[in-house]
Design a protein around this ligand. Structure first.
Ligand code: FES
Length: 166
């Protein structure tokens, strides 16, 4: 599974609650193997792509043969098995973040990189994705930079981060 991220600096770093949300989705679907596609969708929305660890976790939790899970994940082209860019930026578009300006942050990012959400820069450096609530609503707007949740993001912090990567 993606590693849970601990608080580094109290002001901007938050614990990553995405695994908790994936578990909630599994529970909501009563761990039914039939819910595989829905669970894969949820996992991709939460993590931006389906890593090997994520697929193994889902395989275990749904008690399915790995070949079935991998088969479904590779069959549909809306599932992505690896991050497309060297760096991934996932903008939370859940209600709390949206209200605090997530859409403006996303548009700033898209303008700066000259790509849209779901795309990767032509040099393969940065991909932008969006997610629904990632579970740190108290520190909205939140963005996940390469698996690290950053809270209270502003146009300035977003651009600063992107500049570090380019
Ligand atoms: S809405 Fe963004 S963390 Fe909940």
């Amino acid at each position: 599974m993606e590693p849970a991220v601990k608080n580094k600096t109290k002001s901007t770093e938050q614990t990553d609650n995405r695994l908790k949300f994936l578990n909630a989705a599994l529970k909501k679907n009563l761990y039914q193997p039939d819910a595989l596609i829905e669970i894969l969708h949820t996992a991709q929305e939460l993590f931006g792509y389906l890593s090997r660890e994520t697929l193994e976790y889902i395989t275990r939790e749904l008690k399915l043969p790995p070949s079935k899970v991998y088969g479904v994940a590779t069959f549909y082209n809306f599932f992505s098995l690896k991050p497309k860019g060297e760096h991934t930026c996932i903008v939370c578009m859940g209600t709390a973040c949206y209200v605090k300006g997530a859409a403006e942050l996303l548009s700033e990012m898209e303008k700066f990189l000259n790509i849209k959400a779901g795309e990767t820069t032509p040099d393969g450096k940065v991909s932008i994705a969006t997610a629904r609530c990632i579970g740190t609503c108290g520190s909205a707007p939140a963005i996940i930079y390469d698996n690290q949740v950053a809270a209270y993001q502003t146009k300035e912090t977003v651009i600063k981060k992107l500049k570090e990567w380019l």
